[in-house]
Design a protein around this ligand. Structure first.
Ligand code: SF4
Length: 206
């Protein structure tokens, strides 16, 4: 039987987060469909389930639309916003995360991807969004600056290129990321680098 490999119509917004964190992780999760469950992954899923729930609720002057599906035909990305808040007609996406604010800002890329989709769907400029971190009990406002928009569009372009090539990138240089990565037992970044050095040495030696 012949299997026809096609690039998917849309890259999921959550996968932009994975790629902004580590291109190798993106290929494992999205291209190869690998996922390792650990306590952090399960907790994140449960936390999301706690905020899930369709429909619209009013909180004072703010209307919260929950689980809003958004997409961009231009960028070929799509996914679900946990919440889209509306205040005086102005929209902003709000994402819920189980942990604390990370230093790598990959969550910001995912949120900006949501904003780019919302802008395409509504024609409205989305100036900012927010991320609520359960562990820190803190809501962080994220401005969609030109720099963040450019970074997000570059991540989208990289995602499509990686899907098309199917190549597994090398491990990231920031080893602190690997210590926090649920895929570390599968990825084995130290061993992968060692094997690459042996391979390169062998080729040089003829
Ligand atoms: S262990 Fe490190 S290199 Fe491997 S997928 Fe995770 S972050 Fe990337």
């Amino acid at each position: 039987m012949t299997t026809i490999q096609r690039e998917p119509e849309l890259i999921p917004l959550a996968m932009l987060n994975a790629l902004a964190y580590c291109p190798r992780r993106f290929v494992y999760e999205f291209v190869q469909g690998e996922m390792l469950l650990n306590a952090h992954v399960v907790e994140g899923t449960l936390r999301h389930a706690a905020v899930d729930g369709d429909g619209t609720v009013w909180r004072g002057d703010v209307v919260q639309h929950r689980r809003v599906y958004v997409w961009s035909e231009r960028l070929r990305i799509g996914g679900v916003c946990d919440v889209v808040e509306e205040m005086a007609g102005q929209l902003q996406p709000v994402e819920y995360k189980k942990g604390k604010p990370g230093r790598w800002q990959s969550d910001h890329v995912q949120l900006c991807g949501q904003a780019l989709c919302l802008e395409e769907r509504t024609g409205q400029v989305i100036a900012q969004g927010a991320i609520f971190y359960f562990a820190a009990r803190r809501r962080e406002v994220v401005e969609f600056t030109p720099e963040l928009r450019a970074r997000t569009e570059q991540v989208v372009a990289d995602a499509h290129a990686l899907v098309a090539s199917g190549v597994l990138p090398p491990p990231v240089e920031q080893r602190a990321k690997c210590r926090e990565c649920s895929l570390e037992p599968l990825c084995m970044p130290r061993l992968a680098e060692q094997l690459e050095r042996w391979r390169a040495g062998g080729e040089e030696g003829g």
